[in-house]
Write a protein that binds this ligand. Sequence first.
Ligand code: DGL
Length: 274
Amino acid sequence: MSDAASRPIGVFDSGIGGLTVVAELMRQLPGEEIVYFGDTARLPYGPKSEDTVKQFAVQDTEFLLSHGVKIVVVACNTASSVAVDDLTRRYDLPVTGVIAPGALAAVSSTLIGKVGVIGTEGTIASHAYRREIGKLDRDIEILEMSCPLFVPLAEEGWTDREVTLVIAHEYLTPLRDAGIDVVVLGCTHYPILKGTIGKVFGPSVKLIDSAEETAREVAERLSSLGLARGPGAPPEHRFFVSDVPHRFREQAERFLGAPLPNVSLVTVDELATP
Ligand code: DGL
């Protein structure tokens, strides 16, 4: 195994939601080591301006680079929507966001050419999924809807409460009535609410989980670049957040499906601005 291949995968997100991507990376690439940074001091990224999110994304990436990562995975949909091209130009290592893999899965899944995309205000305003889907198939009709209340509901653990279903109906009924057959869960938190979202759409609408598709793309990129970690000692993952690590640890199990042993604090002041 080359030196480069033995280095960790870097993953960043605005906070806890990126753990849904980490869970998939651990499932699909169990031998890989992960360094995770969750910017809990500055979340949510969803309602923030493009410039602010781009600036945070650079600082988050610099932090991961300081841990010698071999690839950067932008787990946050909002940051992926506005910052991946920027990061790819700026850094001499592979950068993978969640938008292109999710778009590809949507295009290959729709049978009628009518796709829904749901996400934060930032993701929907950027039309990043619309652009990526359009590059693959210009004839697909795309309906977009921001669902900002889903993030706090998922963080609160209100995954199958009545109120969550009422809110989901409010946001999603226009998409359902428009007759889409695929919907992209374009936010780290939405896979947690899959059950409720599925109740609104019914079984004929396929839900695309960007996390699964992203982990698949990371696996392919690492292997095509000769960067896949070979057999060796079991991986030791490291988790960092910019505020209240104990809250992150408490919520982690819901997003990761397993408890986190330890989470370290790195304050925003310690993040480098290049
Ligand atoms: N991680 C964000 C995303 O996937 C959701 C939470 C936030 O707004 O920061 O868009």
